[in-house]
Design a protein around this ligand. Sequence first.
Ligand code: F6P
Length: 550
Amino acid sequence: MNQDGRTRLNQTPEWTALAKHREELGEVGLRELFAADPGRGAGYTLQVGDLYVDYSKHLVTDETLRLLRELAVATDVFGLRDAMFRGEKINTTEDRAVLHTALRAPREAVVEVDGENVVPGVHAVLDKMSDFADRVRSGAWTGHTGKPIKNVVNVGIGGSDLGPAMAYEVLRAFTDRELTVRFVSNVDGADLHEATRDLDAAETLFIIASKTFTTIETITNATSARNWLLGELNAGQEAVAKHFVALSTNTEKVAEFGIDTANMFEFWDWVGGRYSYDSAIGLSLMIAIGPDRFREMLDGFRLVDEHFKSAPAESNVPLLLGLLGIWYGNFHDAQSHAVLPYSHYLSKFTAYLQQLDMESNGKYVGRDGRPVEWQTGPVVWGTPGTNGQHAYYQLIHQGTKLIPADFIGFAEPVAELSEELKAQHDLLMANFFAQTQALAFGKTPEEVRAEGVPEELVSHKTFKGNHPTTTILARELTPSVLGQLIALYEHKVFVQGAVWNIDSFDQWGVELGKVLAKRVEPALTEGAEVPGLDASSKALVAKYRELRGR
Ligand code: F6P
């Protein structure tokens, strides 16, 4: 029994039933499952908004799904979901509400935190962002020398970078192509250098994105950006107001940095960094795509929020995806999960999901403060097809690891491609469908032999199959579809955290490295003694100083 009165997850009858069921299923394969049910291909599918979700190529039966749903009931996933939507402080280690869903709530909605309706504040900031984005896009907002803004540089890291950077790439076809939009995150000075080296400072707007406004990488880069701008313009501090705006929850620190708080777009501590790009953190994206497209994206998020909130368990897509991950991670020992989008525009999608998933569910301590006795979040990885096919898919097809994968594809190429380039889309999607087919059904030794392959090569050319995949298909990639996809993954991560009984909304695991970096820096720069530094790190620091001629 847990301190919170719950039975330990792995001692619940539902968990035991799943373990038994897994044993009974043994090595039952996808060929058998499909042979037993001719309706499986069309039947094991769900629709949410524009997303058609095919889960037929999973190593599951109706019974597996039923048992997984029972586990969700036993762990009160929907109870926690309702508490989240109501604004209860379900992020217990930080005593915070978890209300990214309020960021896309309609104007008339009421969502209370500590007795205060937060929705009017959300819309006030959205309106302020829209007004600002319109002024930048129209040229009405001018820089210190009177020139309109042509370049937007977002400076932030983690959730203050990955979301807008990813969404900007995804929605490139919807962006104002006259604007140059760049994202600087790495404290490696090369990042800021490359982002600014060919820009005219007089036409450049820096958006300093930091929830806390204390993140050392961001503040360091923001300081260097300010110095670069003032140097290039040969101007004093007064130029900052026209070229720097801030996205933050921390008014005091923003003012301290020298940014006019009138040019600050706020959000709130109930928005986690990795859940924040539909808040003020999305300002760079809004400038790029315009306020209307941004709002379409929010509508997409909302559509999936509503679905997650109200769809019954049998047809609840985030629930299903979360539970499938649990099936593989906890009952098949899968260690990782691949996300393989078949769209060039989704090139940063998986990197974004890495933070969303791994920072949320990379935890070994449960909500009860005790170490868990079950696997939690997987390693999330992947890049857009078809490139991966010529690189690492070999391991997915014939390696020794089970790697469940999500394949995401679109029926239509983006509208602005030439006819010739649009025609390539069918080849892209032929690969998309071929890969999940090959992964699921493989190729038997008999099939290989029938092709006349010499006996000594038969085993090499055999594909065992039974590699599970989810296919997510939409007609086209629009701002709304992007919102739908992100909300789908947000809620999937939520479901898993709820079942594993971990707090998906804190991130204490990143703190130690931050503290140590602060301690080590003087050793690098001044050769200062770091009390308690281990022998390996000491030798490395000495080598570093020697290599730098210090
Ligand atoms: O160090 C991790 C983290 O706190 C992330 O959760 C967050 O998205 C990122 O740093 C950036 O934080 P901030 O927006 O406060 O600069």
